[in-house]
Design a protein around this ligand. Structure first.
Ligand SMILES: C[S@@+](CC[C@H](N)C(=O)[O-])C[C@H]1O[C@@H](n2cnc3c(N)ncnc32)[C@H](O)[C@@H]1O
Length: 162
């Protein structure tokens, strides 16, 4: 029988200028130009080979400072509640984040990246290349966001541990 719980290990750490949720961009697009570094554990650094041919990469990480899970949230881009799975809010049943960031350079086991919406010290779980032919669907329907009543681009601390 398939397991009901899974264990993932940290494969690195994301370093950014952001020490607290409040004021951190809520998506990479709002953090355009913000630079940081992904430090990958030496044990898995060989897995970075050939990544530097990609302009953008997906970072998958643990939202380690998220507050308690809530199945209904008022997201940053609206003023009314939505189901958490219809949002990118950090307070989710499995606090996993994903961000598509710009890869500036690989320097050994370190990646210089930009366009960050991640807190400093965030545990890295995985990296994948962003592939426009696989990942981009321009014009796709975007649900409540199309009429979302907030233009907010930076977070406050509503989804975070005090
Ligand atoms: C709205 S979430 C979106 C994150 C990711 N782009 C996603 O869609 O899964 C972005 C916010 O998460 C918060 N955040 C970033 N890193 C975090 C961490 N390690 N633990 C808890 N919250 C974090 C920051 O407040 C940031 O503004």
């Amino acid at each position: 029988m398939a397991p009901e719980t899974f264990t993932f290990r940290r494969i690195g750490t994301i370093h950014t200028p952001f020490r607290e949720a409040a004021g951190t961009p809520i998506q990479p697009v709002f953090g355009a130009g913000v630079e940081g570094e992904v430090e990958v554990d030496a044990a898995v650094a060989a897995g970075l080979d050939d990544l530097d041919g990609f302009e953008r990469i997906w970072l998958v990480y643990a939202l380690d400072r998220a507050g308690p899970c809530s199945l209904t949230v008022v997201p940053y881009r609206d003023v009314v509640a939505h189901g958490v799975f219809a949002t990118r809010a950090p307070s989710r049943p499995n606090a996993i984040g994903l961000s598509v960031v710009r890869l500036i350079a690989r320097e050994g086991a370190r990646l210089r990246v930009a366009d960050l919406d991640v807190l400093d010290g965030t545990p890295l779980l995985d990296i994948k290349p962003y592939v426009p032919a696989f990942d981009a669907f321009p014009g796709a329907r975007d649900g409540w966001l199309a009429a979302g009543a907030s233009g907010r681009g930076r977070a406050d601390d509503r989804f975070h541990r005090g």
